[in-house]
Design a protein around this ligand. Structure first.
Ligand SMILES: O=C(O)CCC(=O)C(=O)O
Ligand SMILES: [Fe+2]
Length: 174
């Protein structure tokens, strides 16, 4: 998809990618991907002892946000961007259940670049799903998804090229 490739190139250049460390059980861990946090009003977003202050929307991000809002019928005031440089980069099992996202958050996830598998596992039942996220795809998580399911992007030796993921969110607790 040509438009997706163009978007990938723009965001790769334009976003303020950073390599951060987080603290998990008192241990310092380098996050295995690059990230950037954008949103309205310099909102702060905290997880695992790391606080990111939102940067103002770039014009490209603002355009994607508009398209995602039109498509989903939901509005978003922030976006966590992830850059997986290759198959070595990953995000481990988690739910997007931070208090600032509210009870049943809608999270809109745009994927660009390398195809990666988005895995889901139920917290109580022995149920697992794998959704291939192609370049240009939009995945919506809504309702009680975060209560019952965890998700991850596992490391893989097969992927040698980068992927950008944009997760649009609505921060409700300041
Ligand atoms: O890269 C993805 O598709 C998932 C990212 C994610 O789960 C997150 O940023 O919370
Ligand atoms: Fe997530």
């Amino acid at each position: 998809m040509q438009q997706a490739q163009q978007l990938f190139d723009q965001l790769y250049q334009e976003l303020a990618w950073r390599q951060d460390d987080i603290f998990v059980y008192g241990r310092q861990i380098t996050i295995p991907r690059l990230q950037a946090w954008y949103g309205d009003n310099q909102q702060a977003y905290t997880y695992s002892g790391l606080t990111l202050n939102a940067l103002p929307w770039t014009s490209t991000l603002a355009q994607v946000k508009q398209a995602v809002e039109t498509y989903s019928g939901c509005s978003f005031n922030s976006c966590l961007a992830n850059l997986y440089r290759d198959g070595n980069d990953s995000v481990s099992w988690h739910s997007d259940d931070e208090a600032e996202l509210g009870i049943n958050p809608v999270i809109a996830s745009v994927s660009l670049g390398a195809k990666r598998d988005f895995q889901l596992k139920h917290k109580e039942q022995n149920e697992k799903l794998s959704v291939p996220l192609n370049s240009g795809s939009l995945l919506l998580m809504a309702g009680e998804t975060q209560h019952y399911w965890q998700h991850c992007i596992a490391k893989t030796k097969r992927v040698k090229s980068p992927r950008i993921n944009l997760t649009f969110r609505q921060i409700v607790v300041p």
